[in-house]
Design a protein around this ligand. Structure first.
Ligand code: ADP
Length: 323
């Protein structure tokens, strides 16, 4: 994989939502006193592919990252656009829906550190991205998407997406894919398997997660995942498995990269997304796969020691060496 070019253009496709998170842990008291400060919510913006875009750009500021999505005409959509500007993510492929809003999700933390999510995303503008962009053309060195990017689309748009991927590949683009399986977004597990398999078959770089493969395919170890992927002709496979380690399969060679376990995990949101961003940034900067996995793991380890998907720029630069 010759990706040593820190100026490459990457297009990352998916959905960014409003994230509302309680600023204090829920307790029986706060539930009773429902108008107290215990109900204050912190607002931010997040979504799996968006998180990857932000961390990739932070790790490799010379890269050019465009986020492909649709947002609404609401004020939160305006705020997201502004935020993307702050993160220096290009907004040339952000399309606007006149009738739909940004999706939203809310996280509740309980006293044991467990999190519960509620979503309002079924009617979001991003679910219509390919209808709204209506064949607008672009070129890129890398096109990155996840299983969630596919899951939120209807079948017609999914077909359009794969036509887009074919035309990008014909022009020389490489495809990166993370399956990120979320059962609730799919009408059936069979549907999820079908489209995930189709995306893997287009990928040059894939980021299977152990949990995703267990839930979607029933795979229980790296060998089962790699044998499922064997006929997909993926040049580089980087399998994540929490603190257990990262398995890499490239040019028929398999290796395991150890991960230093974080004992005081604060919030695992975006661990995998941050890993992917760090890994791709390091590869674009010319690092070898093993070194890139260690770098991606460091990015992920930092992100999970802070609350929320996107940690502050200061916290990030205090821990992560630039490439
Ligand atoms: P996902 O978030 O996609 O489910 P994982 O749980 O495998 O993916 O986590 C992604 C990456 O985050 C891992 O490859 C690892 O680098 C890092 N990570 C996750 N949990 C821990 C942990 N407890 N300690 C250190 N690193 C972790």
């Amino acid at each position: 994989m010759s990706i040593v070019d820190t100026n490459q253009r990457m297009v990352i496709f998916g959905e960014c939502m409003v994230e509302l998170r309680s600023t204090q842990r829920e307790s029986s008291v706060s539930i009773r006193d429902e108008n107290t400060d215990n109900n204050l919510m912190a607002k931010s913006f997040a979504g799996d592919t968006y998180n990857t875009a932000v961390y990739l750009k932070r790790c490799l500021p010379s890269s050019s990252i465009s986020y492909l999505t649709a947002i609404g005409a609401d004020f939160l959509s305006d705020e997201l656009l502004f935020k993307m500007g702050e993160h220096e993510i290009n907004t040339d492929l952000v399309f606007r829906s006149s009738s739909r809003n940004l999706g939203l999700y809310m996280i509740r933390n309980d006293n044991e550190g467990e999190r519960t999510f509620a979503y309002w995303r079924n009617q979001s503008a991003a679910t219509q991205t390919l209808n709204i962009m209506k064949g607008a053309e672009f070129a890129c060195d890398w096109f990155y998407l996840s299983g969630i990017s596919i899951a939120i689309l209807d079948d017609e748009q999914r077909a359009t997406l794969f036509e887009l991927i074919s035309s990008l590949k014909a022009k020389g683009s490489k495809i990166a894919f993370d399956p990120n399986y979320r059962a609730r977004l799919w009408s059936s597990q069979e549907d999820a398997k079908y489209w995930t398999g189709k995306a893997y078959a287009e990928a040059d770089l894939a980021f299977p997660g152990a949990d995703d493969h267990l839930m979607l395919f029933g795979h229980t170890n790296a060998d089962e995942i790699f044998s499922y992927l064997a006929d997909k002709q993926i040049e580089e496979i980087v399998m994540k498995n929490g603190a257990v380690g990262v398995h890499i399969l490239r040019q028929q060679e398999q290796c395991i990269v150890p991960v230093e376990r974080v004992e005081q995990v604060v919030d695992t949101t975006a661990a995998g997304d941050a890993f992917n961003g760090g890994y791709m940034a390091a590869r674009l900067a010319g690092r070898k796969p093993v070194e890139s996995a260690s770098y991606g793991a460091k990015v992920a380890a930092t992100v999970i020691t802070y609350p929320g998907a996107i940690i502050s720029g200061d916290a990030f630069t205090n821990h992560i060496p630039s490439l």
